[in-house]
Design a protein around this ligand. Sequence first.
Ligand code: HXC
Ligand code: NAP
Length: 259
Amino acid sequence: MAGRYAGKHVFVAGASSGINLGIAHAFAAEGAKVTVLSRSADKIEAAAAGLHDAGAEAIGIACDVRDYPGLEAAYAEATGKFGPIDVLISGAAGNFLAPAVKLSANAFKTVVDIDLLGTFNVFRASYDHLVRPGASLIAITAGQAVHPSSFQIHACAAKAGVNMVTKCLALEWGPAGIRVNGISPGPIGDTEGMKRLGGDPAREQQIKGRLALRDYGTKADVAEAALWLSSPEAKYVTGAILNVDGGSDLGDASANALG
Ligand code: HXC
Ligand code: NAP
């Protein structure tokens, strides 16, 4: 397929659904060969089939990002098929609302292991498989990395670590010509994340009312940012966390008072 990413190999971890699958489709539509990875063999095969149906060369690999040897095998398989990786997205995550006092140590650890350790694993295991100079690595983080949020101590702590992994790797791998950035989506409509965090229509209106742009974003909004961050136009951008959040990061000290 022709396009801005024709012939490039794009690898998306956590891509059986939602925002990350949207990113995979956006790169595929620009001509990329795409590898998608997630835990569930059924879901990731369906995701790869959807990419095929859209005209892309694509493979799906079932692997848990907490399984480092599994990731090493996944990179060997993917690069054996499509060559070294030009663009790598790390977006696997788990989240649910739970007050800290009800959260078991294992529940906290589970989310940290998927989001934070998983992001380290995905990036670390990829090192010998990246195009360099020129590879673009992107972690999918969240505003909760910098803004504390009730009932999400696990995800907040994990995403804060994801931001720091992103910045530390940008420093260490920059000299090899590898850029490492993050995208921080705000509330994105029609996603598992907002099903878990958004709740009922009244709560949705409340969340929207606190955003400068007064609406949820779309998966395409996030995908467009990934396309730009990985493009030659962004060749001097590394260690950045790009908010795609409708102004969520701005906060609004008067929001509660003004309603
Ligand atoms: C309290 C819970 C819980 C809940 C699970 N646990 N769900 N505790 N409230 N709702 C506890 C379990 O009791 C167990 O602890 C521990 O967590 C591990 O649970 P498992 O089911 O064994 O874990 P696992 O199968 O690995 O599944 C991970 C998961 C699950 C995170 C719990 O929800 C998942 O697979 N999620 C992936 C999809 C997802 O969450 N998508 C939304 C991402 S949105 P005990 O002590 O009983 O052993 C997102 C938004 C970003 O990230 C914005 C904020 C950062
Ligand atoms: P989603 O559809 O549930 O996506 C999460 C993906 O991660 C799924 O494909 C899931 O597939 C995979 N995954 C989960 N645990 C995994 C593991 N241990 N190993 C490998 N893959 C795993 O959720 P989403 O809402 O689109 O969120 C996508 C990303 O955006 C996440 O990083 C999230 O934190 C971030 N984000 C979302 C929002 C939002 O509004 N939705 C806001 C801010 C940030 P399997 O079940 O097949 O493994």
